[in-house]
Design a protein around this ligand. Structure first.
Ligand code: DAH
Length: 382
């Protein structure tokens, strides 16, 4: 700011000359008129009305003038600033009106349009995958067989050659259903385990039901829900799904079982994938085996190769699928099939586990919680 000066001629203060003030005002008015939208106007406003705008800087010079000149210059600057503010307010109002009108047309909602009250749903990946597995067998001529989820202990265990003291019958694995006479719910009267009725712990009882219903040759698959007294965590769920296969015919051998497994694995995971059998024990098959398939991701290349670890098989090279074997002659006899004439093979595995490694799902709870963010990526198969 200039120092006070008695002999000061306001005309000599460049910024306060009338034509200078007019120029500043006109520039401001032109900038406002040129602003095409509210953002541009905000910039113009800062340039022409803020504390560092030309008019504000000129205003600061006034204080240094002698009284008469101060009054004249003050009036001049004041009028110019008033004109600028008025023009700004007018342009602001104009641009706001324009914006409102545009928003009203651009964002108009036609409230008379019909809308989708129920967004399209899709079936759960467990269901569609279970059907895909079953379809592999249907294409080979197998039929779908079904059995009840609330099952007689006899079908779930006895018919399948589980001896009465087999550990699988114990309370920690099996949900026993109270008998009809024991619906009082009084703890002292509980007869769980004595009713002879359980929630099926596997789909294998359908083997016995099928053999009692049909005459061989029998070729069936049974997809279904099963129950075990496990806590829900990342790798367990008390309700899960299995798919069971049973073939009983004349002359069936372990080679037929192996060929069927290979075909299933290739149909579901890709051509050229092999399976292997490892000895195991199940009461209802003899011999029994655990079946593995070659890891469909690394195909064994991760084994002993720390540079190429495989998350899918844990660098084992093999993925365990489930149990299988030749139907135990005791089961055939219990179901009225002559083991001298017929032989059979069977296998069963958990659908959740298979879906988990097929899609790298790390937590089983994701499959049961019903969150559409989990199911949506599987697509809208209906
Ligand atoms: N039912 C058995 C389980 O839940 C799985 C199984 C093993 C099924 C061998 C079979 C079989 O048909 O042959 O652990």
């Amino acid at each position: 700011m200039s120092a006070p000066n008695k002999s000061y001629d306001p005309v000599e203060v460049e910024a306060l000359k009338p034509e200078e003030i007019e120029r500043m005002r006109d520039e401001a008015l032109a900038a406002f008129a040129a602003a095409g939208d509210l953002d541009a106007l905000t910039h113009a406003k800062t340039a022409h009305t803020s504390g560092t705008s030309p008019l504000a800087l000129a205003n600061r010079e006034i204080g240094a003038l002698p009284p008469q000149a101060k009054a004249e210059a003050g009036k001049r600057v004041g009028q110019a600033r008033a004109a600028v503010n008025k023009a700004l307010a007018a342009r602001q109002a104009e641009l706001e009106d324009e914006r409102d009108a545009r928003v009203l047309t651009e964002e108009a909602v036609d409230v008379t349009l019909p809308y989708d009250r129920t967004p399209a749903g899709a079936r759960h990946p467990l269901t569609t995958f279970m059907e895909r597995v079953a379809d592999v067998f249907v294409a080979m001529g197998y039929e779908i067989a079904e059995g009840p989820e609330v099952e007689a202990e006899w079908f779930n265990f006895d018919a399948l050659n589980f001896l009465p003291d087999h550990p699988a019958r114990q309370m920690q694995d099996t949900f026993f259903v109270r008998s009809a006479e024991d619906r009082t719910g009084h703890p002292d009267s509980a007869t769980e385990g004595e009713s002879g009725v359980v929630l099926r712990t596997h789909t294998s009882p359908v083997q016995a039901r099928t053999l009692l219903e049909r005459k061989p040759p029998v070729y069936v698959v049974c997809p279904g829900r099963v129950y075990r007294t496990d806590e829900l965590d990342a790798t367990h769920t008390p309700v899960f799904h299995q798919i069971e296969l049973l073939a009983v015919d004349e002359g069936l051998t372990m080679a037929d079982l192996k060929g069927t497994l290979d075909h299933m694995v290739q149909a579901l995971f890709g051509a050229d994938l092999r399976t292997r059998l490892r000895p195991n024990y199940f009461p209802f098959t003899e011999p029994s085996a655990e079946m593995d398939m070659v890891c469909y991701v690394c195909r064994g290349a991760s084994v002993g190769n720390p540079d190429r670890p495989c998350r899918t098989c844990g660098s084992e090279g093999w993925i365990e699928l489930g149990g299988c074997g030749m139907v135990n002659p005791h089961v055939l006899t219990a179901c009225g099939v002559d083991p001298q004439k017929y032989s059979g093979f069977a296998f069963g595995f958990g659908i959740e586990r298979m879906l988990m490694f097929r899609h790298n799902i790390e937590d089983m709870r994701d499959m049961v919680e019903g969150d559409v963010r989990f199911t949506r990526p599987f697509g809208m198969e209906i």
